[in-house]
Design a protein around this ligand. Structure first.
Ligand SMILES: Nc1ncnc2c1ncn2[C@@H]1O[C@H](COP(=O)(O)OP(=O)(O)OP(=O)(O)O)[C@@H](O)[C@H]1O
Length: 670
């Protein structure tokens, strides 16, 4: 029956999921159990069953995941040309496409820009002056705190007044001003075609709620498949239910133990509760892990968080190999040396560097390790931490491209204006009504230049001329190149290392040139930012061999034969920010579970038993560190221990493995 390849090698539950009919399907899949493979096979099987590819929608959390799955599914089925017709992408990217097509119905201007968090902070900064919320007083909420409050209200659907009273009481004296500011902020964004990430999802949900448009939009699809459902927020749940109100044709895949985005408003309970929304859901659990050796899964099963979730017990047919190993090191420099030496030892055994990854809770944890790797000439690539799009020069170009596509994008103008010597925030605010006016009249360039300080006039005139020319260019490639030409002198004047930065910008403009539409390119870049310029150019050359350093968040969904996880001490992993809240700790535990399930063959967890007091401190004060609370007695039973420290120190810092604990004493120093 199945001679097209998509069923090849699937185990029974995977095959059942791939060939399931139209009733709502919930696939609960543990780590490494082949979620991606199963979803891909299901898409291919749907096409072979006769579902037109354009009536299948696949929603994922990264663009790359959607592209990979759709192209693989198309290659596996009998219609290889289906790849072009299949619909898919991230929730936000699909929302952006839809919203761009329905701007009129939504009362939005035709030209739109997408705001990331930093842009939203700028937008709030611009408006708070009009609401008496700017000033030197330290009790005044800063724009970043205001955006946090605003997003929390939106993502949880809680009125701002209530939220201030319960969660932000120190802002209570400003309640009226804040509520007024938020009202103005919402109106202003709408007028200027500025949409933040939440707005995109809310707009999609509103379109689906509309009695005329909603059924038409939902009726475009026969099947909607959602990956990583444990990471959806309430608005995304509403969108999914709006697309498939009865659940017919809905497939979701998720693992509640891998939910790691609560800080963005996600809630793994949505996966746990979904079944109750339908009459006849089919639930399939995938528990056979195809990635890791059983000895490593013994640890994964021991540390898998079970709070309120589904009990999955992973098993593998891959025997042999070593148990997971806990490596206790004297301090952080010793940990860095131990990791570098282990990496080299595996390389000497014939492993490529690319077969290994070092994972960390937070990007800066690898500071010392990077020094060590550089000294030993071990090439590495780092993922996570500062994103490429957060680099100042990249944001400068994105702002330039945005004003060339949406002339009234005052947030982008605000950034661009401040790149000119002599124009600070106050001057920029004065110039905005001229350059970002909704109804341009007369010679706006001359007016803006005349209003600018004398020292800025020459460069401002040249930037504004350049942008005017860019807007007149029809081809995307010409428009992007003209924008960069306008920005180039500002980058040279502003950044000491401008040559390297301009190299990045050239690559970005080259990538833009391939896009059919500049505004869509910029929106996509903002919604799913590349980690580096090499991401824009596709994967690095195959001959390159390098070690991967990655935050656990960025390692989600990936796998390596050998994985080293560092800084496994309380305060680092779990992060000290999470130590005071139960929800925070649970999220850290899920993050730990993601980390330990990335390894196929070997897993080493490193714990430096002394940590410096201050990351950038000038002194060398250290204190004893407690081995991560996630490595508890059950975990220790399935691990080997390697001590790179004197026995005396181990005894001092490892009471968690003691059979009898004295919590009342321990807790005093927690
Ligand atoms: N039926 C199968 N036969 C052989 N290998 C498989 C099978 N299904 C999945 N695999 C392999 O198992 C590994 C894990 O699969 P995949 O990445 O799809 O898992 P996942 O459930 O998305 O994992 P995670 O949630 O941990 O990221 C991959 O190397 C994949 O090729």
């Amino acid at each position: 029956m199945f001679d097209n390849g998509w069923d090849a090698g699937l185990d029974d539950p995977q095959l059942a999921a791939a060939t399931h009919g139209d009733a709502p399907l919930i696939i609960l899949a543990g780590a490494g159990t082949g979620k991606t493979r199963t979803l891909t096979a299901r898409v291919a099987s749907l096409i072979d069953r006769g579902v037109p590819p354009e009536r299948i929608l696949l929603l994922t959390f990264t663009r790359r995941a959607a592209d990979d799955m759709l192209s693989r599914a198309a290659a596996m089925c009998t219609q290889p040309e289906a790849a072009r017709r299949l619909q898919g992408g991230t929730f936000h990217a699909v929302a952006h496409q839809l919203v761009s097509r329905h701007t009129e119905s939504l009362g939005l201007p035709a030209e739109m820009s997408v705001l990331d968090r930093a842009d939203s902070v700028d937008a709030m900064d611009l408006l708070r002056h009009d609401h008496g919320l700017a000033g030197q007083d330290s009790r005044m909420p800063n724009p970043s705190a205001l955006i946090d409050l605003y997003s929390r209200a939106v993502s949880t659907g809680t009125p701002a007044r209530k939220l201030i009273a319960t969660d932000f009481p120190w802002l209570e004296t400003h309640t009226d001003a804040i509520v007024g500011l938020f009202r103005a902020y919402t109106t202003r964004k709408r007028e200027r075609g500025l949409l933040d990430f939440d707005d995109l999802l809310l707009a999609w949900r509103s379109l689906l709620d509309d009695p005329v448009l909603g059924p038409e939009l939902a009726g475009r699809y026969d099947h909607v498949l959602v990956d990583e459902y444990q990471d959806v927020n309430q608005t995304q749940v509403d969108i999914v239910l709006g697309l498939r109100p009865t659940g017919r044709g809905l497939t979701v895949v998720g693992d509640d133990a891998q939910a790691i985005y609560a800080f963005r408003g996600s809630d793994s309970n949505h996966l746990i509760n979904l079944g109750a929304a339908f009459d006849d859901p089919t639930i399939i659990s995938l528990e056979r892990n195809f990635r890791s050796r059983q000895r490593l899964l013994d640890l994964a099963n021991a540390v898998r968080p079970v709070a309120a979730g589904h009990r999955l017990q992973l098993h593998s047919r891959r025997d042999g190999g070593h148990r997971a190993r806990l490596v206790r090191c004297h301090d952080a420099p010793a940990e860095a040396r131990a990791i570098a030496e282990a990496v080299l030892a595996h390389a000497a055994d014939g492993r490529r560097l690319r077969d290994q990854a070092v994972l960390m809770r937070t990007g800066h944890h690898s500071d010392l390790l990077e020094v060590e790797l550089t000294a030993r000439q071990i090439p590495y690539v780092k993922f996570g931490g500062l994103k490429f799009l957060e680099a100042a020069h990249v944001k400068d170009l994105v702002a330039t491209l945005r004003v060339a596509s949406n002339r009234v994008d005052e947030v982008a103008w605000y950034r661009l204006l401040r790149l000119h010597d002599g124009i600070g925030p106050a001057r920029a605010r004065e110039l905005l009504p001229i350059v970002a006016a909704a109804d341009l009249s007369g010679d706006w360039v001359a007016d803006a230049v005349a209003a600018a300080p004398a020292m800025s006039r020459v460069s401002l005139a040249s930037t504004l001329d350049g942008i005017g020319q860019a807007r007149g260019r029809g081809r995307v490639a010409d428009r992007a190149a003209t924008c960069l030409a306008a920005l180039r002198p500002l980058v040279v004047a502003r950044y000491a290392d401008s040559v390297a930065r301009l190299g990045d910008l050239d690559r970005l403009v080259a990538a833009a040139a391939l896009a059919p539409d500049l505004a869509a390119f910029v929106a996509e870049l903002t919604l799913d930012p590349p980690a580096s310029t090499s991401d824009l150019a596709g994967p690095p050359h195959l001959d390159d061999d390098y070690l991967v350093l990655s935050t656990v968040h960025s390692a989600k969904g990936l796998e390596w034969p050998i994985v080293h996880v560092m800084h496994l001490v309380d305060g680092a992993f779990p992060s000290d920010m999470a130590l005071t809240s139960n929800d925070g700790l649970l999220e850290e535990q899920r993050l730990f579970y993601v980390a330990v399930t990335r390894a196929a063959d070997e897993l080493a967890l490193y714990a430096p038993l002394r940590m410096p007091h201050h990351r950038f401190g000038r002194d060398d004060k250290h204190s004893f560190a407690q081995i991560s609370r996630f490595i508890d007695d059950d975990a220790m039973k399935v691990m080997d221990v390697l001590d790179l420290v004197p026995v005396r120190e181990v005894a001092a810092v490892a009471p968690r493995s003691a059979r009898v604990r004295m919590p009342e004493l321990d807790d005093l120093w927690a």
